[in-house]
Write a protein of this length. Structure first.
Ligand SMILES: *Cc1c(COP(=O)(O)O)cnc(C)c1O
Length: 387
């Protein structure tokens, strides 16, 4: 494929050919026995990918924002006190969503490129009255990574439910939902799950389901209401037909293929691979004299990297040149510094060759933009890291 480009943005990502093939199978009925089996398999496999034996999985047609909306609308009742720990763009979005459902939202914002320190969160929770703690695992606007294990412990200690926006992390970053006490872990298909856009996915703990069951007021979102979807998920889990809203049949078939691939790699292997690839990528950027947005490597995401352009170059021109080398990366997302940095996704099916091509493309484009870098330095760094 001469015109082929490599899609290295933080979702949609490059998809495996077998996953894409499932998208072109003749569409069957959503109550056909083989489709019921596939949907049921997806729900069973999600529990393994999320490492949540006890959780209730949901798969609904929509994007990641719907998964955020679904968690918020089902768990929040008006006046509920919710603490949002924000590390960037998607934390802000979550606060907006929660306010729609009339939550009493307090937001703790990190400094640019940093996380909110544990003691700051703890001091806020100590004030009492909170029922939910919400945080983003990897904020896709900054490439900053929170530690869900610590936040889960805080949730347990202060008896609040925890919601993890894992849209840029599930199936890439380490998440152990049961062990780490995270009540809702949500994502979308087009990121590390490795399926074209269109599916909102979440797994809810029994504690989260209890909060929903004990609601005194109706869920303020018709489409997202667990009342509509729980019977459907249960039916597919029991391999029985059911209907509320027509599921995106081919996306579900593609999800089945992808989840199988994820589990055949193995979760521990997968977490390790993402760590290794991201470290190689970061080190190559640093070898080229570029700096990354996260304040330290310990809080840098393993699924994407946000890197500042050298001040001497025009970011749009750089991305255009890179595109001419066949590599598509994303520009900035955070309003304050939108034109100052770019983002490279390296999750899911990403492999060594993709990373090497991307880094050599970056070196080339930087040089073409007039930035003096030691051509080959990034590539040799990645080669030695990923040998
Ligand atoms: C992409 C993303 C979202 C939004 O997902 P959409 O599918 O675009 O609605 C939310 N949170 C995070 C962390 C993301 O990376």
């Amino acid at each position: 494929m001469k015109g082929r480009k490599l899609l290295m943005i933080p979702g949609p990502i490059e998809f495996e050919p077998e996953v894409l093939q499932a998208m072109s199978i003749p569409t069957t009925s959503h109550v056909a026995p083989n489709f019921i089996e596939s949907f049921g398999n997806c729900l069973d496999m999600m529990k393994k990918v999320w490492l949540s034996e006890d959780g209730q999985p949901f798969v609904v047609s929509g994007s990641g924002t719907l998964a955020m909306d679904m968690a918020a609308s089902n768990l929040v009742e008006p006046e509920d006190k919710v603490l949002v720990v924000s590390t960037g763009y998607f934390g802000e979005r979550y606060a907006e969503i929660l306010k729609r459902y009339r939550a009493d939202v307090t937001i703790l914002k990190s400094e640019l490129g940093n996380i909110v320190e544990q003691n700051v969160i703890e001091n806020e929770l100590k004030k009492g009255g909170y029922s939910i703690l919400v945080f983003t695992h990897v904020d896709t606007s900054t490439g900053v990574r929170n530690d869900p294990k610590i936040l889960g412990q805080l949730g347990q200690k202060y008896n609040v439910l925890t919601i993890l926006d894992g849209v840029c992390s599930v199936a890439g970053e380490e998440i152990r939902q049961d062990e780490w006490n995270i009540d809702i872990v949500l994502t979308a298909s087009q990121k590390a799950i490795g399926v074209p856009p269109g599916l909102a996915l979440l797994v809810a703990s029994q504690k989260a389901m209890e909060k929903w069951k004990n609601r005194k007021t109706p869920v303020l979102n018709y489409y997202a209401d667990f009342n509509n979807w729980l019977p459907i998920m249960r039916a597919y889990q029991e391999r029985k037909p059911s209907y509320f809203g027509t599921p995106p049949v081919n996306l579900i078939l593609a999800l089945e293929v992808s989840l199988k691939q994820i589990l055949s790699e193995g979760m521990d292997e997968r977490f390790k691979r993402h760590k290794k690839i991201s470290r190689a990528f970061r080190n190559s950027m640093q070898a080229l004299g570029l700096s990354i947005l996260p304040k330290s490597n310990d809080i840098a995401a393993h699924t994407l990297t946000a890197t500042y352009y050298p001040t001497s170059i025009d970011g749009n021109l750089f991305r255009k040149k890179l595109n001419e080398h066949g590599i598509i990366v994303a520009g900035g997302l955070l309003k304050e510094i939108k034109t100052e940095y770019f983002r490279v996704g390296h999750m899911g099916a990403v492999n060594r060759n993709d990373i090497i091509s991307t880094i050599s493309g970056i070196e080339n484009a930087l040089t073409q933009c007039g930035h003096h870098c030691n051509l080959g330095k990034g590539t040799s760094t990645v080669l030695s890291e990923l040998s």
